[in-house]
Design a protein around this ligand. Structure first.
Ligand SMILES: [Zn+2]
Ligand SMILES: [Zn+2]
Length: 122
């Protein structure tokens, strides 16, 4: 007899949408919380889960943070707790297209074709 073993990466989304004003892009968005883990399957039946990691994604610019595991566990247990900036470690910057004006250095996350400050084309 031999065992058929497999490792798969799982992901679970939590039903939490905490409104916040983003410190990265300045827009109003919300935090989406999810968890990733590794599953060991025996005979295609998931048996063990480990390596749980909790992440927070912003809905505005899709930046990714790693969430403090203690906070993540409490959220997984259904507690309604507030996610604070101190609980987050940035993993990835947002993918919002921040435009920088070549002539005056004005920065904007809006989809302007011309700089609202000096009128140059972006
Ligand atoms: Zn943002
Ligand atoms: Zn400009």
């Amino acid at each position: 007899m031999f065992l058929i073993m497999g490792f798969t990466q799982g992901r679970k989304d939590f039903d939490i949408n905490q409104l916040m004003s983003c410190t990265l892009c300045g827009a109003y968005g919300s935090f989406k919380v999810f968890m990733t883990y590794t599953v060991l399957s025996l005979f295609f039946i998931p048996t063990f889960k480990w390596g749980k990691k909790y992440y927070v994604e912003t809905t505005c610019c899709h930046a990714l943070y790693e969430l403090d595991p203690e906070v993540g566990k409490r959220i997984a247990n259904g507690e309604n707790i507030e996610i604070r900036q101190e609980d987050l470690t940035k993993v990835m910057d947002g993918q919002s297209s921040v435009k920088v004006c070549q002539s005056c250095g004005y920065m904007t996350g809006e989809d302007f074709e011309y700089c609202p400050k000096c009128g140059s084309r972006f």
